[in-house]
Write a protein that binds this ligand. Structure first.
Ligand code: ADP
Ligand code: MG
Length: 732
């Protein structure tokens, strides 16, 4: 249920960017036949209005289909009967078989209970009932053999089961029952109202009496089933609830996980493929003199192989007549900016405008300076548009953007305001995309009649599997190579009590002419506290590095843009040797002379943030250092993070670790965590399945993008049904 809602939300979000898939791909107009699975849950025998209410409120089970996808979280093995003598306290639930020896009432009032002894050849176990005593007394008979099941307890060293389930062996044999029993999640509220895991199992059994293979039609092509050795959808749904062996259960889960990945990838892939096939894009047929002059005369360094490859990919896209929508990944310092810049020159060469949107004013200004110095000899008109652009200047600027005299615009969020109208925007670059919301980025798309080409750049890489899942609708480029000559940054973790040595080291570096960052954590719950901490930190740093021998800049979120700028500028021009700041400086800032990054309370930062901060040093020719400071009491996870940082400089490796440590949900740079939360599958543990699913999806979209071939008909009708309003899983 949950996964389904997420997926459809994800889908809606995508389709607002592009035409919806059903518009682009011409499905036959088959009406979706309403399925028994969309029946309201109260229609199931044994449910009724009261229980239905509970199921809806507590488990979001609204219809038959929701019950079907309320999977058990585990199974109890009821195929084995435990010899009583071999029971140990480590066991959880046990099933035993024996003769009922005795049964007697004990205790008074509240302590009143019925106690029975069951014996097999190896020992005796005690069975206790506090409730329903009269009923039990009538139902069971001393001297008979019973199959008993329940949660194991120990009392005075002896095994016992309270409120066991109990069945005469004749009955059990008659039912031929010996299987893995499903255990379902229920809430306390449900238990109190008598709807326990077992009742859910009964309801699910009831449901299976009503449905058959045709209600859970296969949605994967048969050749994939065959090659991947997957069981049918119907069997998978049956066996995930009621398997007859552990292997069968695992195979059912594997099949359903594959399906989850496959369908999600297919949806994204269809968007991508629809864009390739049907979208209208601005054509940039030529690479002209702006690009060529720059490349041959002014480019200050040779491009790396990876940069060249990515530029080629972008050029091809922009010449294809289809809209480019490309994600560019590359580690901190890998040189994404120059790639974006040269792509923008291609737009200018073809008579179009280009823009780049950065998440902070500091970064936008830095891009401007960088761009202006590169553009000066080319004679390209460039402008900066940020929140602090003054009204008069802004008016003029907007005019220039509208009439096309300004060819390249660099800006912050201010770029997406409605007043900003381009003459002909051909390429929009979004730097450090994770800092922007989805809606904000979408607005940039809409700045032009024919959507501009879009290049989205990530700050910190995200793992391939994650990129595949979250950005499967985008084309993907990666700069997997750093410019030559970079010295790896040496990272160490030091405890607070090593501060004197750390400060000595920093003094030496400063005396050698280098500059240093001190970063304090951003405490999000309380801006005030963050500010006070920072001030304390600032005073502390100042005590170690007093004026007039040392000068300190400070940048934080409470400053006006001008104050930030002044402070930043003093650091850039080496007037100050130390920069104290919060994560405001996290992204993009480029001061090659800075060689030491000190991160205070480093345990409070996430991995990608640490890596990003570290990326502020190591940009020049000098050897650089990153010092992670923390108290001595650091949690396990934080310790893991710090040791990963000390062990590697590779952003992709760090991203993988981050994914392992934190799970996919809150990785920075993922645009919608819902897209990464599957019901059964997990993109970390099941990445093998994910990759295989992706392989088949890619093949399928290549060979039969309209699902014309017979074997793909099942997919076509599945996607249609799933999109239709009557699909089960809908909240009524
Ligand atoms: P990021 O990918 O983190 O945005 P930048 O684009 O800011 O990295 O590049 C980092 C630094 O590397 C810049 O100073 C840039 O001029 C420099 N640089 C980029 N490409 C190369 C190259 N091929 N050779 C040498 N230096 C390069
Ligand atoms: Mg950058």
């Amino acid at each position: 249920m949950l996964a389904k809602i997420h997926l459809s939300a994800f889908f809606i979000f995508h389709s607002s960017f592009f035409c919806s898939v059903s518009e682009c791909i011409n499905f036959d107009d088959i009406a979706y036949l309403s399925s028994i699975l969309s029946n309201p849950i109260e229609y199931l025998k044994g449910v009724g209005p009261l229980r239905a209410d509970l199921l809806k409120k507590e488990l979001q089970i609204f219809c038959f289909g929701d019950l079907l996808t309320h999977f058990p979280f585990r199974h109890l093995d009821r195929t084995t009967v435990q010899p009583i003598g071999q029971i140990t306290p480590q066991m959880d639930h046990v099933q035993v078989k024996g003769i009922l020896l005795s049964m007697e009432l004990m205790g008074e009032k509240r302590g009143r209970r019925l106690v029975a002894q069951l014996r097999d050849r190896t020992g005796i176990i005690e069975l206790t009932w506090f409730q329903g005593i009269t009923w039990v007394q009538k139902a069971i008979v001393v001297g008979q053999e019973y199959l008993v099941f329940g949660k194991l307890g120990f009392f005075l060293g002896k095994p016992q089961i309270t409120h066991p389930e109990l069945e005469s062996t004749q009955e059990a044999n008659a039912e031929g029952r010996s299987f893995l029993e499903p255990i379902y999640n229920v809430t306390e509220k449900l238990k109190v109202r008598g709807l326990n895991g077992r009742s859910i199992a009964k309801l699910t059994q009831q449901l299976f009496l009503l449905i058959s293979e045709k209600d859970i039609a296969e949605n994967l092509p048969s050749d994939i089933l065959l090659k991947e050795n997957l069981m049918s959808r119907w069997l998978a749904y049956s066996f995930i609830h009621f398997p007859t062996s552990t292997i069968q259960k695992e195979q059912a889960i594997a099949r359903l996980k594959f399906e989850e990945f496959f369908v999600a990838q297919l949806r994204l892939g269809m968007l991508r493929s629809a864009r390739h096939r049907f979208s209208r894009g601005i054509v940039f047929p030529k690479v002209g003199s702006f690009f060529n002059d720059f490349y041959h005369k002014y480019l200050a360094f040779p491009l790396t192989g990876a940069q060249k490859r990515v530029l080629k990919e972008i050029r091809q896209d922009m010449g294809s007549g289809k809209q480019m929508n490309r994600l560019l990944q590359g580690d901190v310092g890998s040189g994404k900016t120059i790639v974006a810049f040269m792509s923008m020159l291609i737009a200018i060469d073809n008579g179009y405008q280009a823009c780049i949107m950065a998440p902070t004013e500091i970064l936008a200004k830095q891009h401007l300076e960088n761009f202006v110095s590169m553009l000066a000899p080319l004679g390209v008109e460039t402008a900066l548009l940020t929140g602090s652009t003054k009204a008069a200047a802004k008016k003029k600027l907007l005019q220039g953007i509208l009439d096309g005299t300004i060819q390249i615009v660099i800006g912050t969020h201010a770029l997406i305001e409605e007043t900003v109208q381009f003459k002909n925007l051909g390429l929009a670059v979004i730097d450090e995309q994770h800092k922007f919301g989805v809606a904000q980025r979408a607005k940039l798309w809409q700045k032009s009649n024919i959507p501009p080409h879009v290049l989205v750049m990530t700050a910190t890489p995200i793992p391939r599997t994650l990129a595949m899942t979250a950005y499967g609708d985008l084309d993907y480029s990666v700069i997997d190579e750093l410019p030559p000559g970079r010295k790896p940054i040496q990272t160490v973790h030091r405890l607070d009590d090593a501060r004197p040595q750390v400060m000595d080291f920093i003094r030496t570096e400063i005396n050698l002419g280098r500059q240093v960052y001190f970063i304090f954590p951003l405490i999000e719950e309380s801006e005030k506290m963050q500010y006070e901490d920072l001030m304390k930190g600032y005073e502390n740093v100042k005590a170690w590095f007093p004026e007039p021998q040392f000068w300190i800049s400070m940048v934080h979120g409470r400053m006006t843009a001008e104050q930030k700028e002044v402070n930043m500028q003093r650091f850039v021009t080496k007037e100050t040797q130390i920069m104290v700041g919060t994560t405001v400086i996290e992204v993009g800032v480029n001061v090659p002379n800075a060689s030491v990054m000190v991160i205070e309370s480093a345990e409070k930062f996430g991995l990608s943030q640490l890596h990003q901060l570290r990326g502020r040093v190591g940009r020049g020719s000098e050897k650089s250092y990153c010092i992670l400071l923390s108290g001595s009491k650091v949690g396990r996870e934080a310790k893991d993070r710090l040791s990963v940082m000390c062990a590697t400089n590779d952003g992709f490796k760090i991203a993988e670790k981050d994914l392992e440590i934190r799970g996919p949900g809150d990785i920075q740079g993922t645009r919608q965590s819902g897209a990464l939360n599957f019901k059964l599958a997990n993109i970390v543990d099941d990445r093998g399945i994910l990759e295989r699913a992706k392989f088949y999806v890619d093949n399928l979209l290549q060979s039969d993008p309209d699902f014309i071939q017979m074997e793909n008909a099942c997919l076509k009708s599945f996607l249609q049904a799933d999109q239709s309003k009557t699909a089960w899983g809908k909240i009524s």
